[in-house]
Design a binder for this molecule. Sequence first.
Ligand code: DP6
Length: 321
Amino acid sequence: MPDRATATAHPNIALVKYWGKRPGPGNIPATPSLSLTLDALTTTTTVEVADADRFVLDGAPVADPKIDAFLQALRSEFDIPPLAATSASNFPAGCGLASSASGFAALVTAMDNALGWGLDRDARSEWARRGSGSAGRSIVGGFGMLSERDGRWVARELLAADAWPLRVVVGITSRKRKAVGSTAGMERSRMTSPFYGAWVRSTEEDFADAERAVLERDFGRLARVAESSCLKMHALMLSSDPALFYWNAATVECLHRIRMLRDAGAEVFFTVDAGPQVKAVCTADHESAVRDALEQVPGVDEVLVSGLGAGASCTVSPAPA
Ligand code: DP6
């Protein structure tokens, strides 16, 4: 057993969104979801056996109830010694760029290797999903689908990254931490939005539609279903009580510019998660026009560009003597 391992994972961006859980334990999503795993954004996590549990995130020690609950769930199934985990990302955390997705995917992959469990990809996806629903999808690369199969909620790779090399242009409009996190927000929507039942039903249809669009490389169809899923999720958020309102003025302006580009013939569509950042998905031919357009929006602080990436992976290293 190596005792120490380093894993990397990339965030993923949902095109058919997950927003809502089944009541009860295990962090089971209420609906399937479909995503793109990015390559330019990366979380790197090292886990090693230590004298006490310690978790350092982007250089600062953290006590995070989500991580604590995750370790407790793992400890109920595995014999786990005290662990030190050090995790760093090359992008800002907690502002709608899916840091918990790459974070839990890297953590479970590093633990699996450091502690010699030998989990297969499905088991790692299942555990990552228990840490954070979207993290189940960062175990796979390219186009990922998280859905129920044989009673288990795991992600599978629908299409590899190089099979349809789309690009993702991210407009960062704020670096503030979101006021309401995804877990609390989605529970609020389930309990209070009059639209929740309709959301769950229509997401099943969107998922089937998006799966077909990806398999057929049908950009127009994927654009329609992805923007619709995004806007329905935000309608659900807005109709929750108190309302969940994640956008700022620059977010809205980016959406208009992306639609204008599409009307002018560019292959591009948008999606937005629980935060104010805008993700524009486009073909390589239109990447520079999309980047230029987002850079010109007042309030856009930075524009990042990414291709599609691989699933979580591990580098094993021996513990220092
Ligand atoms: C808007 O996976 O962060 O990004 O399972 O409670 O940790 P928990 O939620 P999380 O929610 C992601 C919400 C989303 C949409 C998505 O990624 O599908």
